[in-house]
Design a protein around this ligand. Structure first.
Ligand code: PEP
Ligand code: MG
Length: 316
């Protein structure tokens, strides 16, 4: 028992029967790296690059400033995976020099990849900085775009990556229901998917993520959200590609088991949650995770889904 507990407190994320689920960290910059390493993160699953741009919302940081920040994060995970998200500006992350001031519904406006496609010089500079930062490092660099809605978005992003000379895997975040529903189409253009469950919940339930009164609708246990996760993960599996989760949902140990059962291939979260998720996964078999996922999807509410999964996973 003690041996099992020790094994679960470090090492790779895996179910009790050895199904591997890499546990990755969400970071906002080099300052978050020590905590990620201390928690035993197997890499970075979401590097939110906004932090570099927030220092001065009047202009983009220089390419050189970006190179040095990206390099510090890439160097920290020599053999690991680092998934960098290109700038996600707009809505809850406005930037003066990029975000239109007069949008009636900023969350439904020009944000994320939409902003970058309107400002190709900002995207190009970021991609070139990433290419330079990764030079000579053995790291597995993956670069993904936020707020991809359809295949055309994915194609435009992949083209920009290729034009910047980036040697990396290119991916799409699944944060919009259309992207989950048509994930197989998006996967014709990119090599991996990453579910941003915070925005995916917001857009699935038409419930602003910044409005606390709507918390019930933003609950990632909502069966409708689980259905969309299953759709995206199933499409990735069929295409032989990976589909991670990097939203808050991945940080809930019980939900992490359900996501694994739905076919998600990696989980990325704030470093502090990694030990708890590792321990929960180590207690469940893959078959149990799958049964918990089925039970949760058969429920009619978030509360029922959570209770049903709990019952399966505690072996009651
Ligand atoms: C998400 O939307 O789930 C996500 C990971 O991105 P952010 O929270 O930065 O919008
Ligand atoms: Mg998001």
């Amino acid at each position: 028992e003690r041996k099992a507990a020790l094994a679960a407190s470090s090492g790779p994320g895996q179910t009790s029967d050895g199904h591997l689920v890499p546990l990755l960290a969400n970071v906002g910059g080099p300052g978050d790296v020590p905590a990620a390493l201390a928690a035993g993160a197997e890499g970075v699953g979401l590097f939110r690059t906004e932090f570099l741009f927030l220092d001065d919302s009047k202009q983009a940081p220089t390419e050189q400033a970006q190179v040095s920040a990206y390099r510090k994060v890439l160097e920290a995970f020599p053999e690991g995976r680092v998934v960098v998200r290109v700038l996600d500006a707009g809505a809850d992350k406005p930037l003066d020099f990029l975000t239109p001031a007069d949008e009636p519904n900023p969350a439904l406006g020009v944000r994320g990849l939409r902003t970058l496609l309107e400002h190709p010089e900002v995207l190009g500079s970021q991609l070139r900085a990433l290419a330079t930062a990764a030079e000579g490092l053995p790291v597995h660099l993956e670069v993904m775009a936020p707020m991809v809605a359809d295949r055309a978005d994915a194609k435009a992003f992949a083209q920009a990556c290729t034009e910047a000379g980036l040697q990396a895997k290119f991916g799409a975040m699944v944060e919009i229901p259309s992207a989950a529903l048509r994930a197989s189409s998006i996967l014709r253009e990119v090599e991996f998917l990453s579910l941003g469950t915070n925005d995916l919940a917001q857009y699935t339930f038409a419930a602003d993520r910044q409005v606390g009164a709507l918390a019930r609708l933003q609950d990632p246990w909502q069966p409708a959200l689980l259905d969309l996760v299953a759709a995206a993960a199933g499409a990735a599996r069929a295409a032989g590609k990976s589909c991670g989760v990097c939203g808050e949902a991945a940080a809930d140990p019980l939900l992490a088991c359900v996501l694994t059962g739905l076919g998600v291939t990696s989980l990325s979260m704030g470093a502090a949650s990694i030990p708890y998720v590792r321990a929960a996964l180590a207690k469940a078999t893959l078959a149990q995770c799958r049964r918990a996922a089925e039970a949760a999807r058969a429920a009619d509410s978030a509360e029922e889904a959570r209770a049903a999964a709990q019952q399966v996973l505690s072996g009651e």
